[in-house]
Design a protein around this ligand. Sequence first.
Ligand code: A2P
Length: 274
Amino acid sequence: MDYTLLNNGVKVPMLGLGTYRIGKTDNDVYNAIRTALDVGYRHIDTATLYANEAPIGKAIRESGIPREDIFVTTKLWGDDMVKNEIQQAFDRSMQLLDIGYIDLYLVHWPVKGKLVSTWHEMEKIYASEKAKAIGLSNHLQHHLEEILQEANVLPTVNQVEMHPYVVLDDLVDFCKENAIVCEAWSPLGSNKVPLLEEKILKDIGEKYGKLPAQVVLRWNIERGVIAIPKSSNKERQTANLDIFDFQLTKEDVQLINSLDKNYRTGIHPDEIEF
Ligand code: A2P
């Protein structure tokens, strides 16, 4: 496993497990997380929206793995920002997860007119030391600029939809210039697009004895982007972790970048309404 350091010194595994719709029941979620921890995941990404914090927390507590060895992210939902109930929302996530502290707390989506006031509430949460790092998700450059002008604590992370169909080089560069680490959600393009069927990815994978999914995840890591693919399946969870024993060439990277069509499977961050 490779790691990166956030701008406040916190260490994060470059590959984590996404958990949006990872199971229909709490039991399914619990089992998916126990399996992931068993096969080696040490970074789990959830959110208030996913309504699965309780079984994830239970799986972490019962895994027998020391708490400090697992990096856990959760996120603040927009409705709680609209209601100005940010501290309450954080306390609820803390209670549901019940794992002592949260490693990374993110603003899930930018809410118009609330960017800066929300960030100041996030800074209070960080000061309480109940979250070891705070950051953003689904924020574009103009959202980041607005927050950075007023921030007392720098965001550590910006987690956005990112894969070879939506490469977002400019956003990655802007984040790097501002010491913000990018994270990719749906790094495999989700099951809404046939990204993993692309011949370019199959051909590159064949050279290294790797699957298209492993090529895409490796591409993320090599550009300094943390990836959090979701899988509830033990074999795919294992395959997605097995990306630290090969390296892409410049030509491979250029070919993968050529798949870019600036196409998101999810909503555009300027279009979400709460
Ligand atoms: P599954 O859970 O059956 O493995 P997301 O976009 O939320 O990260 O979801 C990723 C999607 O890709 C899920 O539907 C997941 O299904 C699937 N998936 C995860 N890993 C792989 C892989 N290595 N190869 C093919 N599909 C994958």
